[in-house]
Design a binder for this molecule. Structure first.
Ligand code: APR
Ligand code: ZN
Ligand code: ZN
Length: 361
C-alpha cells in the first residue's frame, strides 16, 4: 500500500523549497522503506534547489539521514524491519570495474531504489543523491541502509551519511593521516571540522585549522585544532610553514573547493606531502600554477569522494567510537528544526551561522 507522507521538495530552479505530500511505494525486490527520524541540511541540497546539479526538477531533498527500517522487499537479507540505520549513497554493486579490482569505495554503479516516489498528481520526484530524506518515509535500495547501534541519537548518526563522513574520511581514508603527522585543514565548516576530528583520531601531532571567520576558528579548536590561522589576516602558507619547522604540513586538506585555497594547500604542504581536495569546486573554476612545481614538490594530490568511505565498514566503527566518547559527533549539531524550516536553515548555512541544522521528524 502506497504511503502518503510529508516531504520537502524543490519544485523549480531557485524557488524556495516547500513541504508537500509525497507518495512512497511499498518496497519491491531489493528495496527498503525507512521511517526517517533525522536528516541534516547539507550544501548539496541547496545546490539541487539552485539547479547546480541538474535540471531534473522536482527534487525530493535531504540525504544525511538516519531512521528505522519499516519494511523490506523480496530478497533483502542485510536489514530487517526495526533496524536502526544510517542512509548512504554508496551501496556498492560488487560488479563494476572498481569493485572487481577490490576498490569498492570508488564503485561506479551504486544501487538506488528502482521504484519512484511521486507527487499526488503522479509527477516523478528525483531524490537528492539517490536518497531523498526530508520526508517521513523514504524508499531506498536495501544496500543504502547501514545498520548501527540504536543507542546513537538519530540526529547525530545521520550526519555520518554525508558531510561529516566526507571530512572524517578525507583524513582517515584518503590521505590517510598517520600517527605523528602534521596536518592543515583549509576551511573549517562542517566538513573541515570533521577532517580535524579525523586527523586527531588518526594520531596527528600538529593540526592547523585555517579559515577567514574567527567563529569558525574557535570551533576548529574545540574539535582538536592545535593551532588556527585567520587567512584574512595572515598568509596561511607562511604560517603553516612556521608551525611545521619551516617545512609545510605532511597533509593539507582543502575543505572549501576554490582555486586560491587549493593553491594554499598545494604550497602549504611539505615536499613529497599530500594534498586532499574534499571541497567541491564549480565548473567555471580554473587553476593556474607552474607545472614545474607539480613535479618539483612531488608527493600526492588526491581527491576525496564521500571520504572514500565504505558505509558497512566505517559507519558502525565511527558510531561505536562516538558511544565510547572518543568522537564528539554531537558537536556538529548546531540546532534541530522541523520539516518546514529547511528554507530558513539554508539561509543560516549561507550566513555561516551553523555547522549543521538537522531536521527531526
Ligand atoms: N579561505 C579560508 N576559508 C574560507 C574561504 C577562504 N577563501 N572561503 C570560505 N571559507 C570557509 C568558510 O568561512 C567556512 O567556514 O570555509 C568554510 C566552508 O564551510 P561550510 O560553508 O560550512 O561548508 P561545508 O559544509 O564544510 O562544506 C565544505 O565541502 O563537501 C564539500 O560541498 C561542500 O564544497 C563544500 C565543502
Ligand atoms: Zn561497483
Ligand atoms: Zn551532503
Amino acid at each position: 500500500m502506497t504511503s502518503h507522507v510529508r516531504g520537502v521538495i524543490a519544485r523549480s530552479k531557485g524557488e524556495p523549497v516547500e513541504v508537500t505530500t509525497v507518495l512512497v511505494p511499498d518496497p519491491g525486490p531489493g528495496e527498503a522503506l525507512v521511517a526517517v527520524q533525522a536528516c541534516g541540511v547539507c550544501h548539496t541540497d541547496l545546490h539541487y534547489r539552485e539547479g547546480g546539479i541538474g535540471e531534473d526538477f522536482p527534487y525530493l531533498l535531504g540525504h544525511e539521514a538516519a531512521g528505522v527500517v519499516e519494511a523490506v522487499g523480496d530478497g533483502v537479507t542485510g536489514v530487517a524491519p526495526g533496524d536502526f540505520v544510517i542512509l548512504n549513497w554508496r551501496a556498492v554493486c560488487g560488479e563494476c570495474r572498481a569493485c572487481r579490482r577490490g576498490r569498492p569505495w570508488y564503485c561506479f554503479a551504486t544501487h538506488n531504489a528502482h521504484q519512484k516516489m511521486t507527487l499526488e498528481d503522479g509527477t516523478v520526484l528525483s531524490p537528492a543523491l539517490g536518497i531523498g530524506a526530508f520526508v517521513d518515509k523514504t524508499l531506498v535500495a536495501a544496500g543504502q541502509c547501514t545498520k548501527v547501534d540504536p543507542a546513537v541519537p538519530p540526529e547525530v548518526a545521520g550526519l555520518l551519511g554525508c558531510g561529516v563522513m566526507a571530512g572524517l574520511g578525507a583524513a582517515i581514508n584518503t590521505a590517510p593521516v598517520t600517527r605523528g603527522d602534521s596536518v592543515a585543514v583549509i576551511g573549517c565548516g562542517g566538513v573541515g571540522d570533521a577532517a580535524i576530528l579525523g586527523a586527531r583520531l588518526a594520531g596527528a601531532r600538529t593540526i592547523i585549522g585555517v579559515d577567514i571567520d574567527p567563529r569558525k576558528l574557535e570551533w576548529a579548536r574545540q574539535f582538536g585544532a592545535t593551532h588556527v590561522i585567520n587567512s584574512r589576516e595572515t598568509d596561511p602558507v607562511e604560517r603553516i610553514r612556521e608551525l611545521t619547522g619551516g617545512n609545510g604540513a605532511d597533509v593539507v586538506i582543502e575543505a572549501i573547493g576554490r582555486p586560491e585555497t587549493y593553491l594554499q594547500a598545494f604550497y602549504g604542504r611539505d615536499l613529497a606531502g599530500t594534498v586532499v581536495l574534499v571541497g567541491v569546486p564549480t565548473p567555471d573554476m580554473r587553476l593556474e600554477a607552474p607545472l614545474l612545481d607539480f613535479f618539483g614538490r612531488g608527493g600526492a594530490l588526491k581527491s576525496s569522494w564521500y571520504g572514500d568511505c565504505l558505509p558497512e565498514r566505517d559507519f558502525p566503527m565511527l558510531t561505536d567510537l562516538y558511544l565510547q566518547g572518543r568522537l564528539p559527533l554531537d558537536k556538529f549539531v548546531s540546532e534541530t528544526i522541523a520539516l518546514d524550516q529547511v528554507e530558513s536553515a539554508f539561509a543560516k548555512m549561507e550566513r555561516g551561522e551553523v555547522l549543521r541544522s538537522v531536521v527531526k521528524l
